[in-house]
Ligand binder design. Structure first.
Ligand code: F6P
Length: 465
């Protein structure tokens, strides 16, 4: 088997921190099974950025990371990746900010990654690149003469060409994905949107299935919905609910039902809209006042970016408004916490909750939704309230699917979840769990790598079976 080299902007270096986005959780689980190298940014900014990579070995994984210079960090991470690509790929043209200088910084950092990565590579390594920070990485490697098999998986949505073409200079960037051998998406919709772009904007023709010819190369497009460690997480939750931490939380609720939300503080997660819906729930279903507590755990994210400061202010104001208006001396309707919690703590809290509110305005997958299902007690499961605009909705069809832009509809779903009879809760949980147990994280990684590695490749990557 070839050596696996994973490349992503964030690298899950084992440093004991609780911070972990969906990508880190998924990649760590996939690499743990097979071993290999995980290459990317160290998370550190400063110096001249020209220093040599740092390597840490842990179990069967080598973590190789590089620091970024301040200018590179500002233009690449805070600039083009998170103020242009992130909003546009999440269908938020209204929040996009573009300067030509930032696009230059984005290409420059991809070049920088390619230069350092090249020094690590052997000819038969398989390279798996992740996420929107590194779209042109294969091109930067190919320009250096690299001929390895290189795959790309994008964890966030891919909008239709009608939106993608609003990305200034999209023609310089998006076609660079054709320098990969395989490009993977979370859902059929994302893959179809990308294929439509290749046909309408690049004039490419389909060879067969989802393969396209681009210059002398063939690029294949596939759908690989990212999963979670379903059974492992279920075991973790069974243990975690007994922990002193979860017991303390439950005790502090004084028998009230708990609704949980866990999200990075990001406008794509729809937290102000969710709070609006919770407020309507308290207004429209007043019998629940004093009997329910909504716990929203929201670690701060990308705080150097103005749009994130705005959402932070909005959420703080909304929480204060609800607690001030509806709270009692003995009851706080919303508990809002910015501290990151460990996976164990979250697993226990998910199992203790009667319902989860996972209502992003747009999300590539959303692993909180999947982990919430995995964590439930099969005998007495909680209910998942899930945005129809999250990739997870394609698999968690037995969740209460909602439109996050419609606060009245979400309020009705909250009432329905809390009042749902046990038989219906069990049925919905079992249906969702079955799907997630089948398409767990190892299935996701195996399907992608089977398709990427040269030996015996199946004809089409579509459908998660
Ligand atoms: O998958 C989405 C993603 O951008 C990942 O790349 C990242 O790990 C996570 O969200 C958190 O974002 P950031 O790395 O900007 O903190």
């Amino acid at each position: 088997m070839s050596r696996l080299i994973v490349v992503s902007n964030r690298v899950g270096v084992p440093d004991g921190s609780a911070r972990a986005g969906g990508l880190e959780v998924a990649v760590r689980a996939a690499l743990r099974r097979r071993g290999g190298v995980w290459f990317g940014w160290s998370g550190k900014v400063g110096g001249n950025g020209g220093g040599s990579p740092h390597t840490i070995r842990h179990d069967n994984i080598s973590y190789v990371t590089v620091d970024l210079k301040r200018d590179d960090y500002d233009e690449f991470y805070n600039g083009f990746a998170n103020r242009v690509l992130w909003p546009i790929l999440h269908y938020r043209l209204d929040l996009a900010e573009f300067t030509r200088r930032d696009l230059g910084g984005y290409f420059r950092v991809n070049e920088f990654f390619a230069r350092h990565l090249e020094a690590q590579l052997k000819p038969d390594d398989v390279i798996w690149v992740h996420d929107y920070h590194l779209i042109p990485l294969a091109r930067a490697l190919r320009d250096r003469g690299n001929k390895n098999r290189i795959g790309f998986f994008i964890h966030i949505p891919c909008p239709p060409p009608e939106i993608l073409t609003a990305l200034p200079n999209h023609e310089l960037l998006i076609p660079a994905l054709c320098d990969y051998d395989l490009v993977g998406f979370q859902t059929e919709t994302d893959a179809t949107n990308f294929c439509r772009y290749l046909v309408s904007e690049c004039g490419l023709k389909r060879l067969d299935g989802d393969r396209f010819r681009f210059d002398e190369r063939t690029v294949e497009v596939g759908v690989f919905p990212v999963g979670v460690e379903t059974e492992t997480f279920a075991r973790l939750a069974r243990r975690a609910i007994e922990s002193a931490f979860v017991r303390d939380v439950l005790e502090s609720l004084s028998g009230r039902a708990m609704i949980i939300g866990v999200d990075r503080l990001d406008y794509s997660k729809g937290i102000p809209e969710r709070l609006d819906a919770y407020q309507r729930f308290l207004v429209n279903f007043p019998d629940w006042r004093g009997k329910v507590t909504y716990l929203q755990i929201t670690p701060r994210s990308r705080s150097g970016i103005p749009e994130y400061a705005d959402v932070s202010r909005k959420v703080g104001e909304a929480v204060g408004g609800i607690n001030g208006t509806y709270g009692e001396a003995s009851w706080t309707p919303v508990r809002y916490i910015n501290k990151a919690h460990s996976r164990t703590a979250l697993a226990g809290l998910y199992r203790a909750a009667r319902a989860a509110l996972v209502t992003p305005l747009r999300d590539g997958m959303n692993l909180v939704a999947k982990e919430f299902v995995a964590a439930q007690n099969a005998e007495d499961p909680g209910v998942l309230i899930l945005s129809r605009f999250a990739g997870a909705a394609y698999e968690c069809k037995a969740a209460l699917l909602v439109n996050p832009y419609d606060p009245e509809g979400v309020a009705i779903a909250v009432n329905r979840a809390l009042a749902m009879p046990l038989a219906e809760r069990r049925e919905r949980y079992e249906q969702n769990y079955r799907v997630l147990a089948k398409n767990d994280i190892s299935h996701w990684a195996e399907r992608f790598l089977d398709m990427l590695e040269p030996a015996e490749r199946p004809a089409s990557a579509h459908a998660a079976e």
